[in-house]
Structure formats: structure tokens, C-alpha cells
Write a protein that binds this ligand. Structure first.
Ligand SMILES: [Ca+2]
Length: 471
């Protein structure tokens, strides 16, 4: 009897080890994740070439060591819905989180968030700066850092704080006084922390978000008399339906900038602020290298949406064209990504959560709507059938394939752009009968769900969101 029991327990032990050991091995080999979020950085980075004067050597350095997605898009062109969607893996049209003024938390349970999923599966989860909008640090974090110190004052050479709502001015102070600098310092400290658990470190830089205000030395990189303005045609909106013109608001920021004669100054300030953010990315990458974790840490860098600086007489995000929706999206996965390769397949941010779940060996939660990018990370030219989709307000969507952008507004009006012949999207082809089949095909890709708006966080925020003025 005793010997039978011994045999049985030995067998059970062996069986148990068969199940347990692979899990232990998988945990030991799970990569760390450095997750870098950048606020309001559009495609003005050196290696994408959209603005010829952009100076972003650090982001370019990361791109040169991994895969940069050249056709990456937000799922919503505003901070709050873009981030809520990326972190939950669900579309705005599924959750009802469309605008900045909405509190997303009643619509998205904490259990469905990326940071919670990683924490529940053995990761140490750290965050700093802006990951979710408005300091709504949802889900589980083992530790979180927000810098509360004020940035330096305006430089005496600046006459004022900008033009209307477009705020910019150089600052009289050092990089070390900037909140982003403190967030990066804190993340570097976490990179050096010894632990048996893998880490997920999310560093959210708040620049280049407005005000475009950073220490003056960054402005000095871009002499004002040499600044090149983005392409603009005063008649560009003539073929855009009223729903699109309402998003562009040509009589608002753009008219104010034209009247002020300070367009070049705004562009200079944006370029300067992007270079400052880029410098902070470089500090993080250096910190990763010095921590000794370069080879066991995957890096993903993303910006939350694009930004228009006068193209289509539009400023800010809050619209469905290329400038407000295209992002910077770079992955470096040790042992997987080739170095310095671009991927031109259209992707959107529903892909972030499923890709990280796959690369960390975790189960893919059932609520995720997007594809895993792993095939493209291995072979960036691999076949890819998924479009990128961006939603701005209930019922307004853009579908971006490699060849086309198709926009359909809630009132049924449409735009269609041939991206290969017209990368600036100046000629709307939607009314041309020969493109009916293309439009119909792209329309089949639009989200089926059209969730009602989640309630606004407060009444004033709700009013601002309807005016599309908040950031
Ligand atoms: Ca046009």
C-alpha cells in the first residue's frame, strides 16, 4: 500500500512537473517591456521625412535598430479616446469613448486594460507621466509617478504665449526643470531595479503637446528665417463635404494664424518641442542600455495621434485626414525584429495589446479586437489584410488601406483619396463614378458597432468637447 502510494505520488509529481516546468521556463524567458508614449507627436520625425527640417536623431536611432511602421494610425484623433482604445484593445465605436471630455472608466472595466493584464500575469507594472488622459491612471500599477513641478517661465525674448489657442513660446530654463525630464529619470531608476519578475515600464512624455514651450536652445536649432511651412492650398477644402469642413474649422485657428503672420513661429516651436521630446527618448534608450537589459527588453514607441499645422486649413488633431491621424510607431524586439526596416502595411493601435500579449507569452484576452503584429515584426513585407481605422465621434470613420483613404461621416457624406498619387489628400475622388466599387469595398471594413457616447466627465468638459476645442 505504502509503495503503491509512493509510486502514485511519484507519478503525480512527474505529471505535475510536466505542467509546471514549461510555465516556469516561459516566465524566466519573458521579455521586459519598455513602453514609450509620446503626446501629440505627428509624423514630423527625421526618418519618416514628412517635414524636411525635423530633427529627431534618437527616435531615428530606435527606428534604425528595429521596425518603424510608416502607415500607423490612431483609432481616434484625440488623447483620451486614443489612449483608452490602445490600452483596452477596443475601438471607440465599441466602448463609446470618442472624445476628451468623457470619463472612459465606466465603459471599460479595469480588468480589460493592458497594464492590469500584465500585472495579473507576473509583470511588475510601472507608469510615469501621461499614459491615460488627464491623469486617469486606470487599472493596476505597482507604482506611478507624476511630476508636479512647474516648468520654467517664458523666455524674455518671447513677446507672448502664441496665437489664440495655439500656444507656443521658448522657455527660460533648463531641460532638468521640465516634467518630462523627471518622468524619464524615474523610469531609468526603475530600469535599474533588480527583480525576479519581468517589468513593464510605461513612460508617457507630455511634449510635444501644447504649449509648444521648451528651453530656448531647442528653438535655436530651427532658425526662423529658414522654416518651411507645410503644404497648403487655400482651395483644398472646396471638395470636402460640410462635415469635414466642420472638423477643419478654417475660420478658427488657421485664420488667426494667417492674420497674425506667425505661422512660421508656430512651426518652429513645434519642431523645437519635438526635438526636446526626442532628446528624452534618447535618455530612456541610454538608460535601458546602461541597465544591462537591452537584450531582454522589447521596446515599443507610439505617439497618440497626429497633428495638423495648417494643412487643409486645419490645426490640432480632431479630424480624419492623414496629418491628424498618422503616428510614429516603432518596435524593437530582441531576436525577432530586423534592424532598420520599415513596414508599409497599414496598422492601427488596436494591434498594440494583442501584440504585447503574444510577445510576452500571455493569453490573448477575448475582448481584444485587433490583430497581432508579430508576422510583420518578423517579416515587415509579409502579406497583411487588415486596414487601419480611425473614428472621430460617433459614426465618423476613416479607413486607410495602402492605396486609399476612405472617410465616411455620420451624415453619409464621403471623401476618397488615392494615397499613391495624392499623398497630401488634396483631391477628393468620392464623387467620381469610376471609384464606386473601391468605395463600396472600403465601406465593408467600417466598424459594425456604433456605441452611444459615454457620459462626459463634467458639464464644462462636455461642452468643450462638443466644440472640439479641448486638447
Ligand atoms: Ca481638397
Amino acid at each position: 500500500m505504502r509503495s503503491d502510494l509512493l509510486v502514485l505520488t511519484t507519478w503525480l509529481g512527474l505529471l505535475g512537473s510536466l505542467f509546471v516546468q514549461p510555465t516556469v521556463a516561459a516566465e524566466a524567458s519573458r521579455p521586459n517591456v519598455l513602453f514609450i508614449a509620446i503626446d501629440d507627436l505627428n509624423h514630423w520625425v527625421g526618418h519618416l521625412g514628412r517635414h524636411p527640417q525635423a530633427k529627431t536623431p534618437q527616435i531615428d536611432r530606435l527606428a534604425a535598430s528595429g521596425v518603424s511602421f510608416t502607415a500607423a494610425y490612431c483609432t481616434a484623433p484625440a488623447c483620451n479616446p486614443s489612449r483608452a482604445s490602445l490600452m483596452s484593445g477596443m475601438r471607440p465605436s465599441t466602448t463609446g469613448c470618442y472624445f476628451n471630455g468623457q470619463d472612459w472608466r465606466p465603459g471599460i472595466p479595469a480588468s480589460k486594460l493592458l497594464n492590469t493584464h500584465l500585472a495579473e500575469n507576473g509583470y511588475l507594472v510601472y507608469g510615469a507621466g501621461k499614459i491615460y488622459h488627464a491623469k486617469a491612471h486606470g487599472g493596476h500599477w505597482d507604482d506611478y509617478f507624476d511630476s508636479n513641478s512647474p516648468p520654467p517661465k517664458r523666455h524674455p525674448s518671447a513677446a507672448n504665449d502664441g496665437v489664440g489657442g495655439i500656444r507656443f513660446s521658448p522657455l527660460d530654463g533648463s531641460d532638468e526643470e521640465m516634467p518630462d525630464h523627471h518622468a524619464v529619470d524615474w523610469c531609468i531608476e526603475k530600469l535599474h531595479k533588480q527583480s525576479d519578475q519581468p517589468f513593464f515600464i510605461a513612460c508617457g512624455l507630455v511634449k510635444p503637446h501644447m504649449p509648444f514651450s521648451v528651453p530656448k536652445k531647442w528653438f535655436d536649432l530651427f532658425p526662423l528665417d529658414e522654416i518651411q511651412l507645410p503644404p497648403w492650398s487655400p482651395s483644398d477644402l472646396d471638395d470636402v463635404p460640410p462635415a469635414g469642413v466642420a472638423m477643419a474649422k478654417p475660420q478658427g485657428d488657421h485664420q488667426a494664424i494667417l492674420d497674425s503672420g506667425r505661422w512660421k513661429e508656430a512651426v518652429q516651436a513645434y519642431l523645437a518641442t519635438c526635438s526636446f521630446a526626442d532628446h528624452q527618448v534618447g535618455r530612456l534608450l541610454d538608460g535601458l542600455k546602461q541597465s544591462g537589459h537591452s537584450d531582454d527588453t522589447l521596446v515599443v514607441l507610439w505617439s497618440d495621434h497626429g497633428w495638423s499645422l495648417g494643412e487643409k486649413s486645419h490645426w490640432r488633431k480632431f479630424a480624419l485626414w492623414e496629418e491628424p491621424t498618422r503616428t510614429v510607431f516603432v518596435w524593437r524586439v530582441p531576436g525577432m525584429t530586423p534592424a532598420g526596416v520599415r513596414c508599409d502595411r497599414p496598422v492601427d493601435y488596436l494591434s498594440v495589446f494583442p501584440t504585447l500579449a503574444a510577445l510576452t507569452g500571455l493569453e490573448r484576452p477575448g475582448h481584444l479586437e485587433g490583430p497581432d503584429l508579430s508576422p510583420l515584426l518578423r517579416v515587415p513585407s509579409a502579406k497583411w489584410d487588415h486596414p487601419a481605422i480611425t473614428t472621430h465621434g460617433r459614426g465618423n470613420h476613416a479607413v486607410r488601406s495602402e492605396a486609399w483613404r476612405y472617410i465616411r461621416y455620420a451624415d453619409g457624406s464621403e471623401e476618397l483619396y488615392d494615397e499613391r498619387r495624392d499623398p497630401l489628400e488634396q483631391t477628393n475622388l468620392a464623387m467620381q463614378p469610376e471609384h464606386t466599387a473601391v468605395k463600396q469595398q472600403l465601406a465593408t471594413l467600417l466598424p459594425a458597432a456604433e456605441a452611444d457616447d459615454l457620459p462626459s466627465g463634467d458639464r464644462r468638459a462636455g461642452r468643450r468637447q462638443r466644440l472640439n476645442r479641448n486638447e
